[in-house]
Write a protein that binds this ligand. Structure first.
Ligand code: NAP
Length: 501
């Protein structure tokens, strides 16, 4: 993570929300996500004056820690995971002073008593709870909270993915949550929605009149969404082998991106309007089912190869056993509505691919006729590239005239760069969880996923998995460091489309 030292003034108190919770309870605070993302995000928010002065942060996990040791561990985590960040020591001290720690084993109901005493009065003060633990612990955590009187009307609950592994198990989790937290106080996290560029997609589409008239099947040929990772299992073998690329990446992040690209303009930027429009898209996805799964999906598993010049073991060798789990998936999807009639959405994600990048490409149609003739060169159709990571930019590829005095005009494709890092060079790059934690504390669910969205996502994913099982489809091998099995290239080439590698 690259973070520059903070520059400029802290925001005034006017930026702080009146309805903000005054206690934040972080379950799983000794875990990887909390140490790498959540505590650094909270620290950055604190340093910018975006947290209420009286917000207290209570960390909990099973480990028997005293508050002093927890503060020390947190300071160490901040040093480790925010290497370039250098706020004044006073900011670190005042942040650590907000923290306390209460050990709780969520499977033991009686251990919630200490938590209830530590967060006394939260009914009046407001309580935000973040469950950063394995989903198998959600049900016991929620019933423990309820029994301890912490699931009251001023408490809201944030949940990390994965929310189930199919529609049935997702419904079970949602029902268990609903028993204690009504939908309006349930905040399902998809951290992609916290990314600046993802929110910028909405700004680009709905804050400018240039794009929206062209944002239809009349002008758009197809859309590509790629989320590629260079890493392999990284020690997460047990979890990943049960999950696979389709459920780990497509079910959540990629379908959320697709929904934001494809949705109709919401009447306003609020939780109901935005999520109503997204869920309409998710419900309009044409099922990839037993009939179409063979022609519309490709699954792969990496074998030995090299990534970034370094040798990489094959998936099964890394895992230590035989496996039929897909580490790569490519799909051809359609949104069956007026706007998107006949426009394919190609999705692709995988592990041990040549580069790490998350990107949306909107490929426009070519001009109907070239006035420049053969000597003008090939007229490439316009492309809009929205890069989410590792760098964040929006780039429009347009045709311009090459400089020169030739009698015929020669054209060349040039990026019209809407680089966010240049336009906002004095702003530090934020962690996606900063936005989400702030919204959780302030009680704004717009950038969180509603239950009907998650269930529509699972419904679509389950049909694909059913199709794979029905046809006995197994992942095709690909060499680590390549762009997946050759069938993934054929998936688009059949339509005369190339992936934007
Ligand atoms: P992790 O490193 O395994 O941490 C799990 C946390 O849960 C630890 O703090 C652990 O504390 C605590 N815990 C385990 N059993 C407990 C119990 N019985 N009672 C109370 N606390 C218990 O997991 P993680 O990687 O941070 O992931 C947390 C959640 O976020 C998971 O749902 C994961 O799928 C999701 N997620 C993680 C990432 C990521 O980048 N890590 C990304 C996306 C989603 P003790 O060891 O002290 O018990």
């Amino acid at each position: 993570m690259q973070i520059k030292a903070l520059a400029g003034e802290k925001p005034s108190g006017a930026n702080l929300s009146a309805g903000a919770a005054q206690s934040l309870l972080l379950f799983g605070v000794t875990g990887d996500l909390a140490q790498r993302m959540l505590l650094p995000s909270l620290f950055a928010l604190h340093c910018e004056g975006l947290l209420q002065p009286d917000l207290t942060i209570i960390g909990t996990a099973r480990s028997a820690l005293e508050t002093a040791a927890f503060r020390q561990d947190t300071a160490e985590a901040l040093r480790r995971f925010m290497p370039g960040y250098a706020p004044p020591q006073a900011d670190l001290d005042s942040f650590l002073a907000r923290l306390s720690y209460v050990p709780v084993d969520v499977t033991e109901a009686e251990s919630f008593g200490a938590l209830a005493s530590a967060i006394k009065g939260s009914e009046d003060r407001g309580l935000a709870i973040f469950l950063s633990t394995a989903p198998s612990l959600f049900a016991s955590a929620i019933s423990g909270l309820e029994a301890a009187g912490l699931a009251h009307g001023s408490a809201r609950l944030a949940l990390e993915k994965p929310l189930g592994n199919d529609l049935g198990s997702s419904r079970e989790i949602n029902e268990a949550v609903l028993a204690a937290f009504p939908e309006e106080r349930t905040f399902r996290i998809d951290h992609y929605l916290g990314k600046e560029t993802v929110q910028n997609l909405l700004a680009l589409r709905f804050g400018n009149c240039l794009f929206e008239p062209l944002w239809t099947a009349a002008a758009i040929d197809h859309v590509q969404i790629t989320v590629s990772e260079t890493v392999g299992l990284e020690g997460r073998g047990g979890f990943y082998d049960e999950t696979g690329a389709l459920r780990d990446m497509v079910q959540n992040h990629m379908l959320q991106l697709l929904a934001l690209v494809a949705m109709e303009p919401p009447a306003q930027f609020d939780a109901t309007a935005v999520r109503d429009e997204k869920v309409k898209v998710l419900r309009s996805l044409r099922p990839i089912d037993r009939e179409t799964v063979v022609s519309h999906s490709v699954l792969g598993q990496y074998g030995a190869g090299a990534v970034d010049g370094q040798p990489v073991k094959g998936y099964e060798e890394d895992l230590g056993r035989r496996s039929e789990t897909e580490t790569f998936v490519a799909l051809k999807a359609h949104v069956d509505n007026w706007r998107w009639k006949g426009v394919p959405f190609y999705l692709r994600t995988g592990k041990c691919l040549p580069v790490r990048q998350s990107e949306i490409l909107v490929q426009f149609k070519p001009v109907p006729h070239s006035i420049f003739g053969d000597r003008g060169g090939e007229l490439a159709a316009n492309k809009l590239v929205i890069r989410l990571q590792p760098d964040e930019y929006i780039r429009l590829l347009v045709m311009v005239k090459e400089p020169g005095l030739d009698r015929s005009i020669r054209l060349r494709e040039v990026p019209l760069d809407l680089s966010l890092s240049d336009a906002f060079a004095n702003q530090r790059k934020r962690i996606a969880y900063e936005r989400l934690l702030l919204d959780l504390i302030n009680g704004d669910p717009t950038l969180f996923v509603r239950r009907d969205e998650v269930e529509a996502q699972w419904d679509w994913i389950d049909a694909i998995r059913d199709g794979w099982a029905y046809h006995g489809l197994k992942p095709k091998p690909y060499v680590a460091g390549s762009w997946g099995p050759s069938a993934a290239i054929a998936l688009t080439e059949r339509d005369g489309v190339s992936w934007n590698d």
